[in-house]
Design a protein around this ligand. Structure first.
Ligand code: ARG
Length: 607
């Protein structure tokens, strides 16, 4: 290796990149610089019995040589090429070892333990596991949660909230700037009836003298339902409601005041959920874009892209889509499409977003396709900005149908969270009674909240968002299997080993860290754990690319399993390798800590 390569291998946190680079260099040295190779010539081995990584470049290299040299080539098969690569790496490579040719010409290899040690010791002294380097700091907009005013947040909004929060955390951890946007549905025709209903039911609130006291609407969903019932049943009510919409949109002070009250009441409800879930999102709702819509319509008109449909609706047809974007309805009103086009323009040109991510149910796939295509066709994406819609599936009940309460109502989010916490509380109390717990009665609630909310989040995040899933408290709160409960317990167990080492053996991990006591690999289970730990940066790179937090869940779950195998097979306390192994436990908890942070799961010290 050249010095530059060695330096890169030291500073490059992505194992896959390091291995790729080594093989790429060797192949070029052997077969010439002009050879064109596929993007990733190496990949981690599926079956780690045979190796850590596998290089797949012998086949395309052989094809290249055959084309260049025909039958005069000294290499008669991909295996010959693979063999040459193996020989060229040799047996004293600083990073690779145990090279062997497999099957039609795959090259299997392992990483040198000294290299793995060097990496992990570097992280221990840095106190954290590294993210992959980014080529530039991007401005990102993540549009998530986004419930609708005067309607209850439902399970779908829960998914958006949980996924969105995690996506923001990942982007921020990489060093990007993130606008966390709550695109609340705070505009639209439904406000006509809501305003009218409030006027009738809460006359004192709209009184001139009211100093800003909000109407005491305990149940907004109920309020919405009642207003809707009045709207459907009473022709006069319906008429005034429609007038209210026009008045609201033209800025009538009283209508605006009532509208604002409704938004405020809703906001208080949303905030409660965000607080419980440690979610940070800033409201910038549909109403914000309303004044920006005419300019967007004008831009499309000037570009000759506007089609006036029968009845006068202003539409934009985009390639490959049957339904057009509706920028203005035939009655002159603006709808969901209009707002989202104005929002897109604002985010691109005012916020200067390089990357925009919107997170909603899968049902809105076509809507976002249309909006993004519209933006592309009008020329807004010439800076190479990336737009992405993350669509998620439904949450179903045990019966496989949409998640409902026993009486058939949609499940209120707060009830779902309450239930998760209260079940966890009972479990913890049982543990206390059985004498297994390390917490007191006073701590039960706080711990149950951390685990209960963490469990709800993890249960969602651990899968591909497009999949629908069955909601099961029992599965979600199980202490075994791929659950937050299992992971949080696993971490506490590792921490308790460190606590025992300090109390019983007078060995303090903090001291070891301070003195830079190095980790040495002495057992296959240790090696396995260290190797898995070092996949962190690769996993983060993948997550930064497709923004699916399930990669992180997958990683942390496998990590917990590798750690559990390690502590089963390797004695830590009292062993000659105790210091070494304590540090390995510490590195694992460090990685778990970081993963929990990225997933939005709170930490617990004791259970
Ligand atoms: N309020 C919408 C809903 O409840 C989600 C909004 C998503 N964001 C957007 N820019 N359209 O489904």
């Amino acid at each position: 290796l050249t010095t530059a390569q060695k330096a890169l291998a030291c500073f490059e946190p992505r194992l896959s990149k390091v291995v790729d680079l080594i093989f790429d260099k060797i192949i070029r040295q052997l077969f010439g610089n002009d050879i064109s190779l596929p993007g990733n010539i190496t990949q981690p081995c599926q079956n780690t019995q045979h190796g850590d990584f596998q290089c797949n470049a012998a086949m395309p290299t052989f094809a290249y040589l055959k084309k260049q040299q025909g039958s005069s080539s000294e290499y008669k098969s991909p295996q010959d090429v693979a063999q040459a690569i193996v020989q060229s790496v040799g047996s004293e490579h600083p990073i690779l070892m145990d090279l062997q040719v497999n099957g039609p010409g795959f090259v299997l290899c392992r990483l040198q333990p000294t290299y793995l040690e060097q990496h992990i010791n570097g992280w221990l002294s840095a106190g954290k596991l590294p993210f992959p380097p980014i080529s530039q700091n991007e401005t990102c907009v993540v549009d998530f949660s986004s419930p609708n005013i005067a309607k209850e947040m439902h399970v779908g909004h829960l998914r958006s909230t949980i996924i969105g929060e995690s996506v923001c955390r990942v982007l921020e951890a990489a060093g990007h700037y993130v606008h966390r946007v709550n695109h609340v549905g705070d505009w639209g025709t439904q406000f006509g009836m809501l305003i009218q209903y409030l006027k009738e039911e809460y006359p004192h609130v709209i009184d001139q003298d009211n100093d800003g006291t909000l109407p005491n609407i305990s149940d907004l969903t109920e309020f919405y339902k009642n207003a809707k019932a009045r709207f459907d049943a009473d022709a006069d009510f319906k008429k005034t409601s429609q007038t209210n919409v026009v008045e609201l949109q033209s800025g009538d002070p009283q209508c605006l005041k009532i509208w604002k009250m409704l938004c405020d009441v809703s906001r208080l409800e949303f905030e409660k959920v965000y607080q419980r879930l440690d979610v940070n999102v800033k409201e910038c709702g549909e109403s914000f874009y309303n004044p920006k819509i005419p300019a967007v319509i004008e831009e499309f008109e000037k570009a000759g892209r506007l089609s006036i449909e029968e009845g006068g609706a202003k539409c934009v047809f985009v390639e490959g889509m049957k339904v057009p974007l509706m920028l203005q309805k035939s009655d002159g009103g603006y709808g969901y499409d209009s707002t989202d086009m104005a929002a897109l323009k604002y985010r691109l040109f005012e916020l200067k977003a390089d990357r925009i991510i919107a997170i909603t149910d899968l049902g809105q796939n076509d809507h976002f396709k249309l909006v993004f295509a519209g933006g592309k066709e009008i020329g807004w994406l010439q800076g190479g900005q990336r737009l992405k819609h993350i669509g998620f599936g439904t949450v179903n009940g045990e019966d496989g149908k949409r998640f409902k309460t026993r009486s058939g109502e949609t499940v209120r989010l707060v009830d779902l969270l309450d239930e998760s916490v209260s079940r966890m509380e009972s479990k913890l109390r049982e543990r206390i009674q059985e004498g297994k717990a390390n917490i007191t009665e006073e701590e039960v609630h706080e711990v149950a909240e951390a685990i209960g909310y963490g469990a709800v989040k993890y249960y969602d995040l651990r899968r591909n968002p497009t999949s629908s899933y069955k909601f099961s408290y029992d599965e979600m709160l199980s202490t075994s299997g791929d659950t937050a409960v299992y992971l949080l317990y696993a971490r506490v167990r590792l921490e308790s080993i460190a606590a025992k080492a300090k109390a019983e053996f007078n060995v303090d991990v903090e001291d070891l860290l301070r003195h830079q006591h190095p980790i040495k690999i002495t057992h296959p289970s240790e090696r396995n754990l260290v190797l898995h730990l070092q996949k962190y940066a690769d996993v983060m790179e993948q997550t930064l690319d497709d923004l699916y937090p399930y990669h992180i869940c997958d990683y942390v779950y496998k990590l917990a399993n590798a750690a559990s195998e390690f502590v089963t097979k390797c004695r830590v306390l009292g062993d000659p390798e105790m210091s070494n192994r304590l540090l390995l436990c510490h590195a694992t908890t460090l990685a778990m800590h970081q993963c929990f942070d990225l997933l939005g799961i709170r930490h617990i010290k004791r259970i």
